[in-house]
Design a protein around this ligand. Structure first.
Ligand SMILES: Nc1ncnc2c1ncn2[C@@H]1O[C@H](COP(=O)(O)OP(=O)(O)O)[C@@H](O)[C@H]1O
Ligand SMILES: [Mg+2]
Length: 274
């Protein structure tokens, strides 16, 4: 028996007008792994996330989560099944504190709400979930700060804490480092690595910074023009000439190889032991 597959897409397609944004995308994501989807702008990465989270319905194909067909379910029901998605800061309440934001997210999760029919017990549970999530993102000392007073990087961490408070088995992170300053990027990557190290959750991420992608991904799926052109370990993707040709181009291919070497030097032991 192979590894437990948490998420599977089977030949998923969707078009907008005449444009095939996703074309027959098939992918299997094993439980408790970190998969990164890469590809040029317009390749269909966000569309794929929108299909998985139920914002769009595929025109054909199926999406399975824990072996169950979730194709076409509305977003709130998909969230309740255990798929959490970040929304680029749109769901933060700027006038509430960090802790209040995360506690609201814990209350909204709904998935286990029937356990907490006794109100006082429920509130304690929410608070605990919120505090654990804030600790994971390293914001346990920022609980009383208003969300609007946070720096951009901290807002993104808060958003991840809100996701965690909903206790999803699968996290969808669409460009978690987008818009961050250079100094903020390592902090958010450390958070993602910590979630992964906790060994409870599966992460599906879109990310452009190749050195990061190569260092933290268990596997990479490469999209171009709505279709999967390659899939494999970081080593396999770096060595894939189709990826270099179709996605990175000659000059970027060189840069990719360079960043892989840098990542490989640091990670030689881990890679050899894996
Ligand atoms: N709601 C939509 N309506 C029309 N076109 C869309 C919509 N969403 C995405 N697209 C188009 O689908 C293609 C893939 O977009 P997207 O998935 O956002 O790419 P990526 O995230 O890889 O940059 C693009 O050409 C984009 O313009
Ligand atoms: Mg996108």
């Amino acid at each position: 028996m192979g590894p437990e597959i948490l998420l599977e897409t089977q030949e998923v397609s969707i078009s907008f007008g005449g444009l095939a944004a996703n074309r027959g995308i098939s992918m299997q994501v094993p439980a408790r792994t970190l998969r990164t989807v890469i590809g040029p702008n317009g390749a269909g990465k966000t569309t794929l996330f929108n299909l998985i989270s139920g914002i769009y319905k595929p025109s054909s194909g199926r999406i399975l989560f824990k072996g169950q067909d979730i194709t076409g379910l509305p977003p709130h029901l998909i969230a309740r099944r255990g798929i959490g998605r970040s929304f680029q800061l749109t769901n933060l309440f700027p006038e509430l504190t960090v802790l209040e934001n995360v506690r609201l997210a814990a209350q909204a999760r709904g998935r286990h709400s029937w356990h907490f029919w006794r109100r006082a017990e429920g509130l304690a549970e929410y608070r605990e979930a919120a505090e654990a999530a804030l600790e994971t993102v390293g914001m346990q000392d920022r609980t009383r700060v208003l969300a609007r007073e946070l720096a951009h990087g901290e807002k993104r961490k808060l958003e991840i804490a809100m996701l965690l408070a909903m206790d999803p088995e699968l996290l969808l992170l669409d460009e978690p480092t987008a818009g961050m300053s250079r100094e903020e990027v390592p902090g958010i990557i450390a958070v993602i690595e910590r979630i992964r190290a906790q060994g409870k959750r599966t992460i599906l991420m879109v990310e452009h910074k190749m050195d990061i992608v190569l260092e933290i991904s268990d596997a990479i799926t490469v999209l171009a023009e709505g279709t999967v052109i390659a899939e494999g370990s970081p080593q396999e993707i770096v060595a894939d000439e189709r990826v270099q040709a179709a996605y990175l181009g000659a000059s970027h291919g060189y840069a990719l190889a360079g960043s892989w070497q840098a990542a490989g030097e640091e990670g030689t032991d881990g890679a050899a032991g894996a």
